[in-house]
Ligand binder design. Structure first.
Ligand code: SF4
Length: 240
């Protein structure tokens, strides 16, 4: 496993070059979770904790067909929700949270997903990361959700070193230019999923190679012949 970290934090100009390079390599980056509206986005993100987007997408087709809104989710009930999501991790707790958050949306928010952080984080199963995804994707805010990929990239590359997800989140917000912050969430997640992977970062085909401060990047590139190879048009999914 490659746990080595950055030589030093990136400067702001380096952070801009790094994010710009990721954007150019993957200009149409967007969430890989399947959803149709803010409610289904919220549920999909709650279900995605410690599960891959692919595994979540496999269960949400049936779940959202049977329960496309909070009222229908309440009618389906905790057991009915559980029956749909048994193949993903933590399914019992997630079924309960989806049921309870649907009930709270109906009782406290007229069945709508609220657009402010405090109300989102008051929903069962919704923490800061989930709230940040919803604020970013559904409400257009420059919120930065730090998942396992973004936490790793922040520390490995020097983009935003930190011991906690909140430290990494704050570092990203302070270093990434404000106009790039909202889409940067998707660029970073996809970069971590397909290129800057946990066990074996593919530095030899990385668009952000030059500004990256990962101390082993040259060794890894030289092990693959020393020259960069062209990026595939669409990344190859090798799963998390
Ligand atoms: S050069 Fe390597 S470590 Fe740096 S961002 Fe690219 S893949 Fe990650």
């Amino acid at each position: 496993m490659t746990n080595a970290s950055a030589r030093r934090p990136m400067t702001k100009p380096e952070a801009r070059r790094f994010i710009t390079a990721l954007a150019e390599a993957n200009p149409n980056a967007e969430s890989e979770l399947v959803f149709t509206d803010t409610f289904t986005l919220l549920v999909a993100v709650v279900l995605s904790a410690q599960a891959t987007d692919k595994s979540v997408n496999k269960v949400t087709g049936g779940l959202f067909h049977d329960a496309p809104d909070p009222a229908a989710m309440i009618r389906l009930g905790e057991d009915g929700i559980a029956a749909h999501i048994r193949t993903i991790g933590l399914w019992r707790a997630k079924a309960r949270n989806v049921f309870l958050l649907s009930r709270k949306l109906v009782t406290d928010h007229q069945g709508e997903v609220p657009s402010d952080r405090a109300s989102l984080e008051a929903l069962p199963g919704v923490g800061r990361k989930t709230a940040n995804v919803v604020l970013n994707v559904a409400f257009g805010e420059s919120a930065m959700a730090v998942d396992t990929h973004i936490f790793r990239i922040g520390n490995r590359t020097g983009l935003a070193p930190g011991k906690t997800t909140r430290q990494v989140e704050d570092g990203l917000i302070s270093r990434i230019p404000p106009d790039m912050l909202r889409p940067a969430h998707h660029w970073l997640i996809l970069h971590g999923r397909y290129i800057c992977k946990a066990r074996s970062p593919e530095c030899w085909r990385c668009a952000g190679f030059d500004p990256c401060q990962f101390k082993d990047k040259k060794i890894r590139r030289e092990a693959h012949g020393g020259t960069a190879v062209p990026m595939p048009e669409r990344p190859v999914d090798t799963t998390d």
